[in-house]
Design a protein around this ligand. Structure first.
Ligand code: XMP
Length: 330
């Protein structure tokens, strides 16, 4: 893509001019925006960039390692990569907390605290980089819908807890599809570039009620199976028809309800959790319809989850539109 090629070249030049031999700090979440920002900055200034990646233990299955494989010392980018394994710390903070906004608040605040600790270790930097993209600029100006209904910790003001001189936002003029193109141009793996939206508080808001390590394991494993089967079915459809199926959801994931119910496994009575499958078709994530995933696919997912994920004996499919439902569960 010549346009993106030009954008990358031009932006790399701009970053070099602005940063000089200064140091830049970036909070890398593993999402599309911060990853592309990291790729761009790395190309421009190499090891003058330090990325801090906080694994809060609420990521999807294997996701922390995937981020490390791309941006860590064995990856393809020249930068300093710091991974903070804060799983236990988060689970401790979240123990006994059931109220959705309280959970969001803890997850957001803990991130700030950890980032602050890491920033202190690194010492003063010249620039704080952010993966802000054009829609963020517009949305936060208008007080975007979700920001009002749920607190989004990753769309906000400038962090005042890091010692830096200036902010640097290399993706500020790009729309999401342009960010993805830039990502491909930079050689970021497709899996990362085309990944679904994933909320900052992660699985913390896909586990209804209290969060703990056991529930995280359950929802990670169920979600992995669900995405695997949906992707396989979509791939098969594409092979046969040359296009993606009409039901292909824009976002699909498993959540863990806080409900346990009686079931039977062999001759044993079980009393286990119910997993909810969510899949939506949406243009802007402000409104959404439940996606019509073929029943056979859902049945395969159900039987794999019941058989492969210990602690689950029931699977529900969420038919709710947004509104009145939200896409996430909390
Ligand atoms: P809801 O649940 O509000 O979600 O219908 C709409 C879209 O926003 C995502 N979402 C978040 N994204 N931080 C984020 O970065 C958050 O706190 C957050 N909460 C929801 C959600 O995944 C969906 O795509």
């Amino acid at each position: 893509d010549w346009k993106m090629d030009a954008f990358v070249e031009h932006t790399v030049k701009e970053i070099r001019e602005k940063v000089g031999n200064g140091r830049v700090l970036l909070a890398l979440s593993g999402g599309v925006d911060s990853s592309v920002a990291a790729g761009l900055l790395s190309r421009a200034i190499g090891k003058q960039l330090t990325c801090v990646f906080v694994d809060h233990g609420l990521l999807r299955k294997d996701e922390g390692d995937e981020v490390e494989n791309v941006f860590g010392p064995n990856g393809q980018f020249d930068l300093n990569f710091i991974r903070v394994n804060a799983q236990e710390r988060y689970y401790k903070k979240l123990a006994g907390v059931t109220e959705p906004e309280a959970k969001r608040k803890i997850i957001g605040e803990e991130f700030i605290r950890i980032f602050e600790e890491e920033a202190k270790k690194i010492g003063a930097v010249d620039f704080l980089a952010q993966g802000t993209i054009y829609p963020d600029v517009v949305e936060s100006g208008l007080g975007g819908e979700s920001a009002v209904i749920k607190s989004h910790h990753n769309v906000g003001g400038l962090p005042d807890f890091v010692d830096f001189k200036e902010i640097i936002e290399p993706l500020r003029d790009l729309f999401k599809d342009e960010v993805r193109k830039a990502g491909l141009e930079l050689g970021i793996p497709e899996k990362l570039v085309f990944r679904q939206p994933f909320p900052g508080p992660g699985l913390g808001i896909r586990i209804i009620g209290e969060v703990n390590a056991e529930k995280v394991r359950i929802v990670q494993d169920a979600d992995y199976i669900y995405r695997d089967e949906v992707d396989k079915a979509a791939e098969a459809y594409k092979k046969e028809h040359g296009t993606a199926p009409a039901w292909m959801p824009n976002q699909y994931f498993a959540a863990l309800t806080n409900m346990r119910s009686v079931g039977v496994m062999g001759d044993e009575r079980t009393y286990d959790y119910a997993v909810a499958l969510r899949a939506v078709n949406t243009i802007d994530f402000m409104t959404a319809e439940s996606a019509e995933i073929p029943f056979a696919v859902l049945q395969t997912v159900m039987s794999r989850i019941i058989n492969e994920v210990r602690g689950v004996n029931r699977v529900f499919y969420d038919l709710t539109s947004k509104p009145p439902g939200t896409i996430e569960f909390e």
